[in-house]
Design a protein around this ligand. Structure first.
Ligand code: FMN
Length: 320
């Protein structure tokens, strides 16, 4: 009997429609260890800058760590040079991810203005070159994450999605906004539906999924194979298990935050681990309403046990 799966990225079987989004500075190895407990269908790395590989950036060694139980796992690469993307992909493919994703959607000025991320949407010929080089030289599947276009006047998602499919891309994620929109306005789910109709390869719908109810809505509207969830999963990793945040007890939330802190300290060491952990705290409790001294206490605390006690008492007193 054929094993059960929801869809395949090339030969890679995916067992859940719910996919964890790549998020720079956030979806690192410790965070992915937290997320994988909720069994998303695919887990992506943060985007990896080809230049960091080419220049042997010391940060890269930690950025590319993943564990077997994060599979199916994909590295995501961004750059504006097909040749550098290929060099980076060859290096990363050696680490045995399940597939490699190319970022064609990042709207950050530092990325898109140099023709990388969403900047690639302006250069269909370069996208062809990237896909041609990668599919010829890399054995594992290649996927891409796009936006709808550069701006409202240049909505080329149908052209780009077809071109990706025709050049060997195995899956497309569509964030239903333009580069110009950044994160403003509502994601256009109808446009994502057009992409799904336009190609035969799997398509993931992305943008503005904030609750379990939204998951069914976006699947109904777009007809997509899966749903990629980003910001909501930071606040509510349980969304991958079909639960909204108000169904989660304060103790469960605290325990997860506490496990995350431990993983950060194990992975990055005590000092860096706690510094990097700080940016996740705001997703689990309401930091803005805290008195300044308490915020300072949270952000300066160097003892994980005391920090946990402080976080516990805040979470106990807040309904967040
Ligand atoms: C802080 C942050 C970092 C992000 N980093 C990446 C990234 O590295 N690669 C990528 O393809 N998208 C990145 N994104 C975009 C998300 O993957 C996703 O497309 C976007 O947040 C919309 O989905 P959402 O409404 O579910 O959050 C990032 C988004 C945020 C908020």
């Amino acid at each position: 009997m054929e094993p059960k799966y929801i869809f395949k990225v090339g030969s890679v079987a995916v067992n859940s429609t719910l996919i964890m989004a790549p998020m720079d500075g956030l979806t690192d190895h410790p965070f992915r260890e937290i997320i994988k407990q909720f069994n998303p269908g695919i887990i992506f790395s943060e985007f990896i800058n080809s230049y960091d590989y080419i220049n042997n950036h010391p940060f890269l060694a930690q950025q590319i760590v993943f564990s077997e139980d994060q599979r199916p796992f994909a590295y995501q690469i961004f750059d504006n040079s097909a040749e550098r993307i290929l060099q980076t992909a060859l290096f990363l493919a050696d680490k045995k991810p399940d597939f490699i994703d190319i970022n064609m959607g990042c709207s950050a000025k530092t990325v898109s203005s140099r023709g990388a991320g969403a900047g690639l949407l302006k250069e269909p010929e370069k996208i062809k070159e990237i896909l041609n080089l990668l599919t010829k030289n890399i054995k594992i599947p290649i996927s891409a994450k796009i936006r709808l276009g550069w701006d409202e006047e240049n909505l080329n998602y149908l052209l780009i999605s077809k071109l990706l499919e025709d050049h060997g891309c195995s899956m497309i994620t569509v964030h239903g906004r333009t580069k110009k929109q950044g994160y403003q306005g509502k994601a256009n789910w109808s446009a994502i539906a057009e992409v799904k109709k336009n190609v035969k390869i799997p398509v993931l719908a992305n943008g503005d999924v904030n609750s379990v109810a939204d998951i069914q809505k976006i699947l109904d509207v777009t007809g997509c194979d899966g749903v990629m969830i980003g910001r909501s999963a930071l606040k509510n990793p349980w969304i991958f298990a079909g639960k909204d945040i108000d169904q989660i007890s304060m103790i469960e939330k605290f325990n997860l935050l506490s496990d995350h802190m431990d993983l950060m300290v194990q992975f990055y060491g005590l000092k860096n681990g706690l510094v990097l952990f700080r940016k996740y705290i705001k997703f689990s409790l309401n930091v803005t309403t805290l008195q300044r001294e308490i915020r300072t206490e949270i952000y300066n605390q160097t003892d994980p046990i005391i920090l946990k006690k402080t976080l516990f008492s805040i979470m106990e007193s807040q309904t967040f």
